[in-house]
Write a protein that binds this ligand. Structure first.
Ligand SMILES: [Zn+2]
Length: 123
């Protein structure tokens, strides 16, 4: 669940129009995310003052830019994972190339040896 979605839900949560399930979602998220928690707190303060209307909400949303999220977004997480996987794949390719090269060198040396021995016997 991204912060953007949670911040969409928080106003509903603050004025208690959200469903039970939405409330649980919001509560679960704000436990881990301090920026959404700050946003909720400012929503709740506005609600207490009786200023929780469209204009008040717009003002709060205007402040959203200053709320940096603590939880990496799904996209960032995905990019991190896929670059990790790419690195691992590259490592596998390098290691198997080294093994293949080693085996090839061994086989070539074996053939060279066999040829040498045959050559000696022929003399
Ligand atoms: Zn958040």
């Amino acid at each position: 669940m991204t912060c953007e979605i949670i911040m969409d839900l928080i106003p509903m949560y603050a004025d208690r129009s959200a469903s039970r399930e939405t409330c649980l979602l919001v509560e679960k998220h704000i436990k881990k995310c301090s920026s959404c928690r700050r946003f909720l707190n400012s929503c709740l303060k506005t609600e207490k003052k009786g200023m929780f209307n469209q204009a008040g909400l717009e003002k709060l949303r205007g402040n959203l830019r200053s709320f940096e999220c603590d939880i990496p977004s799904v996209d960032a997480e995905f990019a991190r994972l896929s670059s990790k996987l790419k690195k691992r794949k590259l490592r596998t390719i390098i290691i198997s190339s080294i093994i293949a090269a080693g085996m090839l060198a061994y086989i070539v040396a074996d053939i060279v040896n066999a040829v040498k021995q045959t050559y000696r016997k022929m003399r």
